[in-house]
Design a protein around this ligand. Structure first.
Ligand SMILES: *Cc1c(COP(=O)(O)O)cnc(C)c1O
Length: 399
Protein backbone atom coordinates (compact mmCIF):
# COMPACT_ATOMS: atom_id res chain seq x y z
CA UNK A 1 0.00 0.00 0.00
CA UNK A 2 1.11 3.51 -0.76
CA UNK A 3 2.72 5.12 2.27
CA UNK A 4 0.69 7.61 4.23
CA UNK A 5 1.51 11.22 3.32
CA UNK A 6 2.17 11.89 6.98
CA UNK A 7 4.99 9.29 6.84
CA UNK A 8 6.55 10.79 3.71
CA UNK A 9 4.39 9.11 1.05
CA UNK A 10 2.53 10.79 -1.82
CA UNK A 11 -0.56 12.69 -0.65
CA UNK A 12 -3.88 12.19 -2.41
CA UNK A 13 -3.86 15.98 -3.01
CA UNK A 14 -0.71 18.06 -3.07
CA UNK A 15 -0.27 21.42 -1.33
CA UNK A 16 -1.61 23.38 -4.32
CA UNK A 17 -4.79 21.30 -4.53
CA UNK A 18 -5.77 20.93 -0.91
CA UNK A 19 -9.47 20.59 -0.17
CA UNK A 20 -10.82 22.60 2.78
CA UNK A 21 -13.65 21.30 4.98
CA UNK A 22 -16.07 23.96 3.74
CA UNK A 23 -16.29 26.94 1.44
CA UNK A 24 -18.65 29.22 -0.44
CA UNK A 25 -19.92 28.85 -3.99
CA UNK A 26 -20.22 32.24 -5.71
CA UNK A 27 -20.97 32.89 -9.36
CA UNK A 28 -20.94 35.97 -11.62
CA UNK A 29 -24.63 36.67 -10.91
CA UNK A 30 -23.84 36.93 -7.17
CA UNK A 31 -21.00 39.38 -7.85
CA UNK A 32 -23.19 41.37 -10.25
CA UNK A 33 -25.93 41.62 -7.61
CA UNK A 34 -23.47 43.11 -5.10
CA UNK A 35 -21.98 45.55 -7.60
CA UNK A 36 -25.42 46.73 -8.68
CA UNK A 37 -26.35 47.45 -5.05
CA UNK A 38 -23.06 49.26 -4.44
CA UNK A 39 -24.02 51.57 -7.34
CA UNK A 40 -27.50 52.19 -5.89
CA UNK A 41 -28.59 54.83 -3.35
CA UNK A 42 -28.63 52.53 -0.35
CA UNK A 43 -25.73 50.69 1.23
CA UNK A 44 -27.75 49.96 4.37
CA UNK A 45 -31.36 50.35 5.61
CA UNK A 46 -32.50 50.21 1.97
CA UNK A 47 -34.94 48.15 -0.08
CA UNK A 48 -32.78 45.01 -0.35
CA UNK A 49 -33.42 44.24 3.32
CA UNK A 50 -37.20 43.96 2.88
CA UNK A 51 -36.68 41.99 -0.34
CA UNK A 52 -34.41 39.55 1.48
CA UNK A 53 -36.84 39.17 4.37
CA UNK A 54 -39.70 38.48 1.96
CA UNK A 55 -37.62 35.82 0.22
CA UNK A 56 -36.70 34.17 3.54
CA UNK A 57 -40.39 34.05 4.46
CA UNK A 58 -41.25 32.43 1.13
CA UNK A 59 -38.55 29.77 1.54
CA UNK A 60 -39.28 28.96 5.18
CA UNK A 61 -43.05 29.57 5.17
CA UNK A 62 -42.58 31.68 8.31
CA UNK A 63 -44.70 34.80 8.71
CA UNK A 64 -41.91 37.20 9.70
CA UNK A 65 -38.16 37.57 9.09
CA UNK A 66 -35.65 39.94 10.67
CA UNK A 67 -32.36 39.86 8.76
CA UNK A 68 -29.28 40.81 10.76
CA UNK A 69 -25.51 41.00 10.80
CA UNK A 70 -24.67 37.35 11.64
CA UNK A 71 -26.01 34.17 13.20
CA UNK A 72 -24.65 35.06 16.63
CA UNK A 73 -26.53 38.37 16.58
CA UNK A 74 -29.66 36.45 15.52
CA UNK A 75 -29.33 34.19 18.57
CA UNK A 76 -28.77 37.19 20.86
CA UNK A 77 -31.79 38.96 19.38
CA UNK A 78 -33.85 35.80 19.93
CA UNK A 79 -32.90 35.66 23.62
CA UNK A 80 -33.65 39.38 23.98
CA UNK A 81 -37.01 38.99 22.24
CA UNK A 82 -38.15 36.24 24.61
CA UNK A 83 -36.86 38.27 27.57
CA UNK A 84 -34.08 36.06 28.97
CA UNK A 85 -32.75 37.68 32.17
CA UNK A 86 -30.58 36.77 35.16
CA UNK A 87 -31.99 33.75 36.98
CA UNK A 88 -33.49 32.21 33.82
CA UNK A 89 -32.23 28.83 32.63
CA UNK A 90 -32.06 27.91 28.97
CA UNK A 91 -31.43 24.32 27.87
CA UNK A 92 -28.83 24.10 25.09
CA UNK A 93 -27.34 21.22 23.13
CA UNK A 94 -23.87 20.28 24.47
CA UNK A 95 -22.26 19.81 21.06
CA UNK A 96 -22.66 23.01 19.12
CA UNK A 97 -20.82 26.20 18.27
CA UNK A 98 -20.36 28.31 21.41
CA UNK A 99 -22.67 31.02 20.02
CA UNK A 100 -25.73 28.78 20.64
CA UNK A 101 -25.05 29.11 24.34
CA UNK A 102 -23.25 32.47 24.56
CA UNK A 103 -26.50 34.18 23.57
CA UNK A 104 -27.97 33.08 26.90
CA UNK A 105 -24.97 34.52 28.77
CA UNK A 106 -25.27 37.83 26.88
CA UNK A 107 -28.69 38.23 28.53
CA UNK A 108 -27.45 37.21 31.98
CA UNK A 109 -29.21 33.82 31.81
CA UNK A 110 -27.77 30.40 32.64
CA UNK A 111 -27.17 27.83 29.91
CA UNK A 112 -28.01 24.28 31.02
CA UNK A 113 -26.45 21.69 28.74
CA UNK A 114 -28.43 18.70 27.52
CA UNK A 115 -26.67 15.65 26.14
CA UNK A 116 -26.86 14.54 22.52
CA UNK A 117 -27.98 11.27 20.96
CA UNK A 118 -25.12 8.85 20.23
CA UNK A 119 -26.26 8.20 16.65
CA UNK A 120 -27.76 11.45 15.27
CA UNK A 121 -25.77 13.88 17.50
CA UNK A 122 -28.91 16.02 17.89
CA UNK A 123 -30.12 17.05 21.34
CA UNK A 124 -31.40 14.12 23.43
CA UNK A 125 -35.02 14.85 24.21
CA UNK A 126 -35.07 12.55 27.25
CA UNK A 127 -32.16 14.52 28.72
CA UNK A 128 -33.95 17.79 27.93
CA UNK A 129 -36.90 16.57 30.03
CA UNK A 130 -34.56 15.71 32.92
CA UNK A 131 -33.00 19.18 32.84
CA UNK A 132 -36.22 21.20 33.04
CA UNK A 133 -36.64 23.08 36.34
CA UNK A 134 -39.02 25.82 37.44
CA UNK A 135 -36.41 28.33 36.26
CA UNK A 136 -36.30 27.00 32.68
CA UNK A 137 -37.45 29.62 30.18
CA UNK A 138 -36.46 28.21 26.80
CA UNK A 139 -34.73 25.51 24.78
CA UNK A 140 -32.12 26.24 22.11
CA UNK A 141 -32.08 23.20 19.81
CA UNK A 142 -29.53 22.91 17.00
CA UNK A 143 -30.23 21.17 13.68
CA UNK A 144 -26.80 19.64 13.88
CA UNK A 145 -25.09 19.13 10.47
CA UNK A 146 -28.36 20.24 8.83
CA UNK A 147 -30.56 17.38 10.08
CA UNK A 148 -33.69 18.76 11.69
CA UNK A 149 -34.21 18.09 15.39
CA UNK A 150 -37.40 16.27 16.36
CA UNK A 151 -39.06 19.65 16.46
CA UNK A 152 -42.62 18.49 17.10
CA UNK A 153 -41.58 16.54 20.20
CA UNK A 154 -39.69 19.57 21.47
CA UNK A 155 -42.72 21.73 20.66
CA UNK A 156 -44.87 19.46 22.81
CA UNK A 157 -42.45 19.68 25.75
CA UNK A 158 -42.28 23.46 25.41
CA UNK A 159 -46.07 23.75 25.35
CA UNK A 160 -46.40 21.49 28.42
CA UNK A 161 -43.88 23.53 30.42
CA UNK A 162 -44.62 26.96 28.97
CA UNK A 163 -41.16 27.35 27.40
CA UNK A 164 -39.98 29.15 24.30
CA UNK A 165 -38.44 27.04 21.55
CA UNK A 166 -35.49 28.55 19.69
CA UNK A 167 -34.15 26.55 16.77
CA UNK A 168 -30.54 27.31 15.92
CA UNK A 169 -30.77 26.53 12.23
CA UNK A 170 -27.32 27.86 11.30
CA UNK A 171 -26.73 24.50 9.56
CA UNK A 172 -30.14 23.77 8.15
CA UNK A 173 -31.61 26.33 5.76
CA UNK A 174 -33.42 24.32 3.09
CA UNK A 175 -34.11 21.34 5.37
CA UNK A 176 -37.69 20.15 5.92
CA UNK A 177 -39.05 18.16 8.84
CA UNK A 178 -42.16 16.11 8.06
CA UNK A 179 -42.62 18.29 5.00
CA UNK A 180 -42.42 21.59 6.92
CA UNK A 181 -39.46 23.89 6.16
CA UNK A 182 -37.08 24.70 8.98
CA UNK A 183 -38.08 28.18 10.13
CA UNK A 184 -41.82 27.60 10.21
CA UNK A 185 -42.21 25.73 13.51
CA UNK A 186 -40.11 27.07 16.41
CA UNK A 187 -41.04 30.29 18.23
CA UNK A 188 -37.87 31.77 16.74
CA UNK A 189 -35.56 30.11 14.22
CA UNK A 190 -32.12 31.61 13.64
CA UNK A 191 -29.95 31.34 10.54
CA UNK A 192 -26.29 32.10 9.82
CA UNK A 193 -25.00 33.12 6.42
CA UNK A 194 -21.28 32.75 7.10
CA UNK A 195 -19.34 31.53 4.03
CA UNK A 196 -19.09 27.91 5.23
CA UNK A 197 -22.87 27.69 5.60
CA UNK A 198 -25.17 26.57 2.77
CA UNK A 199 -25.83 30.09 1.47
CA UNK A 200 -23.76 33.14 2.31
CA UNK A 201 -23.90 36.92 2.70
CA UNK A 202 -20.23 37.13 3.67
CA UNK A 203 -21.48 37.64 7.19
CA UNK A 204 -25.19 37.58 7.87
CA UNK A 205 -28.03 36.09 9.85
CA UNK A 206 -31.78 36.14 10.34
CA UNK A 207 -34.53 35.37 12.83
CA UNK A 208 -37.79 33.81 11.64
CA UNK A 209 -41.01 33.81 13.65
CA UNK A 210 -44.78 33.50 13.24
CA UNK A 211 -45.49 35.67 16.27
CA UNK A 212 -46.12 39.36 15.60
CA UNK A 213 -45.09 40.41 19.08
CA UNK A 214 -41.78 38.54 18.91
CA UNK A 215 -41.23 40.00 15.45
CA UNK A 216 -41.55 43.53 16.80
CA UNK A 217 -39.12 42.82 19.62
CA UNK A 218 -36.61 41.21 17.24
CA UNK A 219 -36.73 44.29 15.00
CA UNK A 220 -36.15 46.55 18.02
CA UNK A 221 -33.27 44.40 19.25
CA UNK A 222 -31.61 44.71 15.82
CA UNK A 223 -31.62 48.50 15.81
CA UNK A 224 -30.96 50.11 19.21
CA UNK A 225 -34.47 49.45 20.52
CA UNK A 226 -35.57 52.54 18.60
CA UNK A 227 -38.94 52.69 16.85
CA UNK A 228 -40.58 55.10 14.41
CA UNK A 229 -43.90 53.24 14.62
CA UNK A 230 -46.46 55.53 16.38
CA UNK A 231 -48.30 52.46 17.70
CA UNK A 232 -45.22 51.36 19.67
CA UNK A 233 -44.46 54.80 21.07
CA UNK A 234 -44.97 55.80 24.69
CA UNK A 235 -45.59 59.49 23.88
CA UNK A 236 -47.33 61.36 21.13
CA UNK A 237 -45.11 62.00 18.09
CA UNK A 238 -43.52 65.47 18.14
CA UNK A 239 -43.07 65.60 14.36
CA UNK A 240 -41.52 63.98 11.33
CA UNK A 241 -38.16 63.48 13.00
CA UNK A 242 -39.58 61.83 16.08
CA UNK A 243 -38.51 58.38 17.26
CA UNK A 244 -38.37 56.64 20.60
CA UNK A 245 -36.01 54.18 22.19
CA UNK A 246 -38.29 51.78 24.06
CA UNK A 247 -35.84 48.97 24.86
CA UNK A 248 -32.06 48.49 24.92
CA UNK A 249 -31.05 47.21 21.51
CA UNK A 250 -27.87 46.95 19.45
CA UNK A 251 -26.75 47.71 15.92
CA UNK A 252 -27.10 44.24 14.42
CA UNK A 253 -28.13 45.38 10.93
CA UNK A 254 -27.01 43.72 7.70
CA UNK A 255 -26.04 45.92 4.74
CA UNK A 256 -27.96 46.11 1.47
CA UNK A 257 -25.07 44.73 -0.57
CA UNK A 258 -24.85 41.71 1.71
CA UNK A 259 -28.61 41.28 1.38
CA UNK A 260 -28.26 41.46 -2.41
CA UNK A 261 -25.63 38.71 -2.33
CA UNK A 262 -27.85 36.55 -0.15
CA UNK A 263 -30.95 37.06 -2.33
CA UNK A 264 -28.88 35.89 -5.30
CA UNK A 265 -27.55 32.91 -3.32
CA UNK A 266 -31.03 31.93 -2.13
CA UNK A 267 -32.07 31.68 -5.78
CA UNK A 268 -29.65 28.74 -6.00
CA UNK A 269 -30.67 27.08 -2.74
CA UNK A 270 -32.26 24.12 -4.56
CA UNK A 271 -29.12 23.57 -6.65
CA UNK A 272 -26.90 23.78 -3.55
CA UNK A 273 -29.22 21.51 -1.60
CA UNK A 274 -29.39 18.87 -4.35
CA UNK A 275 -25.62 18.84 -4.71
CA UNK A 276 -25.17 18.49 -0.94
CA UNK A 277 -27.61 15.55 -0.94
CA UNK A 278 -25.66 13.95 -3.79
CA UNK A 279 -22.33 14.25 -1.95
CA UNK A 280 -23.82 12.94 1.27
CA UNK A 281 -25.13 9.91 -0.65
CA UNK A 282 -21.70 9.23 -2.16
CA UNK A 283 -20.06 9.46 1.28
CA UNK A 284 -22.73 7.33 2.96
CA UNK A 285 -22.26 4.64 0.31
CA UNK A 286 -18.47 4.71 0.63
CA UNK A 287 -18.25 4.88 4.43
CA UNK A 288 -21.39 2.95 5.38
CA UNK A 289 -19.58 -0.24 4.43
CA UNK A 290 -16.27 0.72 6.06
CA UNK A 291 -16.09 -1.10 9.40
CA UNK A 292 -13.54 1.40 10.75
CA UNK A 293 -16.13 4.19 10.71
CA UNK A 294 -19.59 5.02 11.94
CA UNK A 295 -21.68 7.41 9.90
CA UNK A 296 -24.32 9.75 11.28
CA UNK A 297 -27.75 8.16 11.51
CA UNK A 298 -30.33 9.69 9.18
CA UNK A 299 -33.47 11.03 10.77
CA UNK A 300 -36.17 9.63 8.50
CA UNK A 301 -38.52 12.61 8.95
CA UNK A 302 -35.79 15.10 8.02
CA UNK A 303 -35.41 15.92 4.33
CA UNK A 304 -31.92 17.23 4.96
CA UNK A 305 -29.87 19.88 3.22
CA UNK A 306 -26.60 18.59 4.64
CA UNK A 307 -24.18 21.19 6.00
CA UNK A 308 -21.40 19.08 7.57
CA UNK A 309 -20.38 15.47 7.03
CA UNK A 310 -19.10 13.75 10.13
CA UNK A 311 -17.20 10.48 10.33
CA UNK A 312 -16.83 8.76 13.67
CA UNK A 313 -13.87 6.46 14.29
CA UNK A 314 -14.48 2.93 15.53
CA UNK A 315 -11.80 2.36 18.19
CA UNK A 316 -12.33 -1.43 18.00
CA UNK A 317 -11.12 -1.43 14.40
CA UNK A 318 -8.56 1.38 14.28
CA UNK A 319 -5.21 1.44 16.05
CA UNK A 320 -4.79 5.24 15.78
CA UNK A 321 -6.02 8.11 17.90
CA UNK A 322 -8.43 10.72 16.55
CA UNK A 323 -5.53 13.17 16.44
CA UNK A 324 -3.41 10.78 14.33
CA UNK A 325 -6.32 10.23 11.95
CA UNK A 326 -6.95 13.99 11.76
CA UNK A 327 -3.28 14.72 11.05
CA UNK A 328 -3.12 11.98 8.42
CA UNK A 329 -6.19 13.33 6.63
CA UNK A 330 -4.70 16.82 6.71
CA UNK A 331 -1.43 15.46 5.29
CA UNK A 332 -3.40 13.86 2.44
CA UNK A 333 -4.59 17.37 1.48
CA UNK A 334 -8.23 16.66 2.36
CA UNK A 335 -8.49 18.88 5.39
CA UNK A 336 -10.87 17.94 8.20
CA UNK A 337 -12.19 19.95 11.16
CA UNK A 338 -13.87 18.92 14.40
CA UNK A 339 -17.42 20.12 15.12
CA UNK A 340 -17.52 20.75 18.03
CA UNK A 341 -15.70 20.75 21.35
CA UNK A 342 -18.45 20.39 24.00
CA UNK A 343 -19.27 24.02 24.78
CA UNK A 344 -18.78 23.76 28.52
CA UNK A 345 -15.25 22.37 28.07
CA UNK A 346 -14.06 25.83 27.00
CA UNK A 347 -12.05 27.54 29.74
CA UNK A 348 -14.52 30.42 29.90
CA UNK A 349 -17.29 27.99 30.83
CA UNK A 350 -15.06 26.05 33.26
CA UNK A 351 -14.48 29.31 35.09
CA UNK A 352 -18.24 29.75 35.34
CA UNK A 353 -18.30 26.43 37.17
CA UNK A 354 -19.25 23.92 34.46
CA UNK A 355 -17.47 20.58 34.98
CA UNK A 356 -16.39 17.82 32.66
CA UNK A 357 -18.70 14.81 32.79
CA UNK A 358 -21.94 16.82 32.46
CA UNK A 359 -22.95 15.25 29.16
CA UNK A 360 -21.15 11.89 28.80
CA UNK A 361 -22.49 10.99 25.35
CA UNK A 362 -21.48 14.36 23.92
CA UNK A 363 -18.01 14.03 25.42
CA UNK A 364 -17.48 10.48 24.09
CA UNK A 365 -18.78 11.56 20.68
CA UNK A 366 -16.46 14.54 20.56
CA UNK A 367 -13.41 12.31 21.14
CA UNK A 368 -14.13 10.22 18.02
CA UNK A 369 -15.58 12.55 15.40
CA UNK A 370 -14.30 14.78 12.64
CA UNK A 371 -15.90 16.62 9.73
CA UNK A 372 -14.48 15.84 6.31
CA UNK A 373 -14.59 18.24 3.33
CA UNK A 374 -18.20 18.93 2.45
CA UNK A 375 -19.56 21.80 0.36
CA UNK A 376 -21.75 22.15 -2.71
CA UNK A 377 -18.94 23.44 -4.97
CA UNK A 378 -16.89 20.24 -4.53
CA UNK A 379 -16.20 18.54 -7.85
CA UNK A 380 -16.74 14.80 -8.31
CA UNK A 381 -12.97 14.49 -8.23
CA UNK A 382 -12.81 16.32 -4.86
CA UNK A 383 -15.39 13.89 -3.50
CA UNK A 384 -13.61 10.84 -4.91
CA UNK A 385 -10.25 12.00 -3.55
CA UNK A 386 -11.70 12.63 -0.11
CA UNK A 387 -13.16 9.12 -0.07
CA UNK A 388 -9.82 7.75 -1.26
CA UNK A 389 -7.92 9.59 1.48
CA UNK A 390 -10.26 8.47 4.27
CA UNK A 391 -10.16 4.84 3.10
CA UNK A 392 -6.38 4.96 2.72
CA UNK A 393 -5.98 6.04 6.34
CA UNK A 394 -8.47 3.42 7.54
CA UNK A 395 -6.56 0.70 5.67
CA UNK A 396 -3.27 1.88 7.11
CA UNK A 397 -4.47 1.89 10.72
CA UNK A 398 -6.90 -1.05 10.51
CA UNK A 399 -6.27 -3.47 13.41
C1 LIG B 1 -22.18 29.32 12.43
C2 LIG B 1 -22.98 29.04 13.63
C3 LIG B 1 -23.47 30.04 14.48
C4 LIG B 1 -23.02 31.48 14.39
O1 LIG B 1 -23.21 32.08 13.19
P1 LIG B 1 -22.31 33.35 12.76
O2 LIG B 1 -23.03 33.83 11.55
O3 LIG B 1 -20.95 32.83 12.47
O4 LIG B 1 -22.34 34.31 13.87
C5 LIG B 1 -24.31 29.67 15.50
N1 LIG B 1 -24.65 28.41 15.72
C6 LIG B 1 -24.17 27.40 14.95
C7 LIG B 1 -24.61 26.00 15.24
C8 LIG B 1 -23.31 27.68 13.91
O5 LIG B 1 -22.82 26.68 13.16
Amino acid sequence: MELLAIKGGTPVRDAQHKISYGKQWLDEADIEAVVETLRSNYLTCGPKIAELEKKLCEITEARYAVACSNGTAALHMACMAIGIKPGDEVIVSAITFAASSNCVLYCGGTPVFADVKADTYNIDIEDVKRKITDKTKAIVAVDFTGQAVEIDELRKICDEHNLYLIEDAAHSIGTKYKGKPVGSVADITTFSFHPVKTVTAGEGGACMTNDENLYKRLALARSHGITKDPEQMVHESEGGWYMEQIMLGYNYRITDFQAALLISQLGKLKIFSDRRKEIRKAYDEAFGKNDCLYIQKSIAESDTTQHLYIIRLNPDKLSCTRKEFFNALTAEGTCPQVHYIPVYWHPYYSELGYKKGLCPVAEATYEQIMSIPFYAAMTDEDVADTIKAVNKICDYYRK
